[in-house]
Design a protein around this ligand. Structure first.
Ligand code: SF4
Length: 237
């Protein structure tokens, strides 16, 4: 089996629940989508990066692990685009007893289920309709997949949190509808957190907008945080 990798590097987790932790990032090449705010556009093409035999990729991960590396983050692109290879790499990391983490848009629950057993931390990202991730005809299918991924992760007792990226284009109405679906399908006690992430450098939301989104989530779930991508402030990749 082969895998297409964009890059492997150690840095600081700059977003989400685990921000500030030293992490080895394994960035998979390829994402079938195009969010307007994507900050890893170079890794979107399915032929970006370089192709490796799986054993070669495992050796690269092994060589890149540093002392006190807290966890390995499989990111992208979207790692689910190469779910079979990612499940093998995550299994390899699990055998080394290093926690691993998946950063994905959760667009396909079947692919997600393939990788899930080998992971410890799961971010379920819910895209808002303004993200341009998919067109309006395909948004409900995307949402069903994201909700299925959330259910699977919680049932597997993984550390599961939710992230929603918001921009100045994000409207309160669709955001409220999204929250209703999320909290209808999961109990708040099963969540480790809810992160609202403002876009950075493009269509940035105002403080007023952010506070409105915060209040809407807080009505369902008090452990909500607005967390920008902190690695961008220190110039880390
Ligand atoms: S899903 Fe992620 S990698 Fe793909 S376009 Fe959107 S932000 Fe970029």
């Amino acid at each position: 089996m082969k895998v297409r990798l964009y890059e492997i590097f150690t840095s600081i987790e700059g977003e989400g629940l685990l921000y500030g932790t030293k992490t080895l990032f394994v960035r998979l090449a390829g994402c079938p989508f195009k969010c307007f705010y994507c900050d890893t556009k170079d890794a979107i093409p399915m032929n970006s990066g370089q192709q490796y035999e799986l054993d070669e990729a495992k050796k690269m991960i092994e060589r890149s692990l540093e002392k006190n590396t807290y966890k390995v983050n499989f990111t992208g692109g979207d790692p689910l685009a190469q779910s079979e290879a990612v499940s093998e790499l995550a299994r390899f990391v699990q055998l080394k007893k290093i926690p691993s983490y998946l950063e994905s848009s959760c667009y396909d629950s079947t692919r997600f289920a393939q990788v899930l057993p080998y992971l410890d931390f799961i971010k379920i990202e819910f895209k808002t309709p303004d993200s341009e991730f998919v067109d309006s005809k395909h948004y409900s299918k995307l949402l069903e997949n994201e909700l299925d991924c959330l259910r699977l992760s919680v049932e597997s007792k993984k550390v599961t949190y939710i992230k929603v990226v918001v921009s100045s284009k994000t409207e309160l109405g669709p955001f409220k509808k999204l929250l209703k679906r999320i909290f209808q399908s999961t109990s708040k006690s099963s969540l480790a957190g809810f992160i609202i992430q403002p876009t950075y450098g493009i269509a940035e939301p105002s403080l007023e907008q952010l506070l409105s989104f915060y209040d809407e989530v807080h009505a369902y779930y008090e452990e909500v945080r607005i967390v920008p991508q902190i690695h961008k402030f220190i110039g880390a990749p």
